[in-house]
Structures are given as C-alpha cells and as structure tokens.
Design a protein around this ligand. Structure first.
Ligand SMILES: O=C(CO)[C@@H](O)[C@H](O)COP(=O)(O)O
Length: 216
C-alpha cells in the first residue's frame, strides 16, 4: 500500500467545498488534486487561483495542481503563492518544456508533466530525469466522469520500464475513470498515484471509498 490517492476536487460540491476538504483532511487521501482549466487547452473552465487560495487555507494535505492551460509558465509564481506542492503542466502546452520544468523547480515546487491520451510517453525520454511526476491522462482532459481509456494501462507499464531502467524516483500518476477495477490494473502496471473524482464523490461514503482505493 505504498501508492498515493489524490481525490480530484473537480467532483466536489463547490457550494460546500470546505465540508468536502474537511472530509479529505480526515481521510486516507494523500494529496488534493486541483484541476485548473482555461477553456482553451481544454473545452471547459473549472476554477482558478482565487479558489486555490481559499483551498490552501483549509487543506491539510499537499495540493497537487494540474494545469490544463496554455502558457502555464505565466502562472508559476501564482501556483506557488496559492499553495502548490506539485505543479503539473501539459507536454502538449509547452514549447520549451525543459525551461518550464526548471522554472517550477526554481519556484520551490515539484514538477510534473502530463500527457494526453494520444501522446506517447517515449516523448519524455530526454526530460524524464528532471521530472518528479509523469501524469498519464486516462481520459481526454476537461471533464470528470468519463470512460477510462484501456491503452492507459500499457502506457503506465512503458513509463514504469523507462523509470526503472534508469533508476529514477519519478512518480507515475494516472487521472481519469479511476475506480477499484481500473485502479487495481493501473497499480499492477506500476502506477504510484491514483487520481479519482466521480468514483469518490458520487459514492455514498467518500471516506470509505478513498480507503478502499488506498487499500488496493
Ligand atoms: O483532470 C481531470 C479531468 O480532466 C480529472 O482530474 C477528473 O476530475 C477525473 O475525474 P473522474 O474521471 O475520476 O471522474
């Protein structure tokens, strides 16, 4: 049970966000996954830095900030100021990814890179040594509650191989359609962090659901 669980705040009740964060603080959740969307990189808009600032005030667990936005470089300091622990940007959104990752580290955060479902993990071969985390999207980003894309399992296994062959400590996170069944398969393939939104927050007892993911 060395893996981490990062419930996605996108599926919380925004009218009662503090109540949900209090629940997460007391649960087996390891990180709080915060999805920032801009309506450009993805066809949806979620929440931005003013909301992250409020989350930071009550969260007792590290904020795992996933930026689904174009030009993430412009917002590195804002993510840091809003309490970001891990800042994850999209491979597809960064022309100068090496520079972006360096700037995230310079700001004092861990750096993650996310891959859309069609983006091969092999494209990270010349940067993976600089990364704290690879986030494999197992749905097309933008919405909660979508169907898991099965090829993600194979992608996790290929990422695990790349990391182990080089003796790296980079974490593999997977996001989208995670439940007990897909979660188990992802862990068997070598995932380290499971993000789960609707499976947790649509369940009758989210605390127990988080524990069952943690106990996989
Ligand atoms: O990044 C995203 C969506 O783009 C996710 O974090 C979702 O929030 C995951 O939701 P579920 O698929 O678990 O419902």
């Amino acid at each position: 049970m060395n893996h981490k669980i990062a419930p996605s705040l996108l599926s919380t009740d925004f009218l009662n966000l503090q109540q949900d964060i209090d629940m997460l603080n007391a649960s087996d959740a390891d990180w709080l996954h915060c999805d920032v969307m801009d309506g450009v990189f993805v066809p949806n808009i979620s929440f931005g830095f003013p909301v992250l600032e409020q989350i930071k005030k009550v969260a007792q667990k590290p904020l795992d900030v996933h930026l689904m936005i174009v030009n993430p470089d412009k917002f590195i300091q804002q993510v840091k100021d809003a309490g970001g622990y891990m800042m994850t940007v999209h491979y597809e959104a960064c022309t100068h990814l090496h520079r972006t990752v360096g700037a995230i580290h310079e700001a004092g955060m861990k750096a993650g890179v996310s891959l859309n479902p069609h983006t091969p993990v092999e494209l990270l071969t010349d940067i993976i040594e600089d990364l704290d985390l690879v986030l494999i999207m197992s749905v097309n980003p933008g919405f909660g509650g979508q169907k898991f894309i099965p090829n993600s399992i194979n992608k996790v296994a290929r990422t695990r191989k790349m990391i182990d062959e080089r003796n790296l400590h980079t974490l593999i996170e997977v996001d989208g359609g995670v439940n007990l069944d897909t979660g188990k398969q992802l862990l068997n393939a070598g995932a380290d962090v499971l993000v789960a939104g609707s499976f947790v927050f649509s369940s009758t007892n989210p605390t127990e659901t988080i524990s069952s993911l943690k106990n996989l």
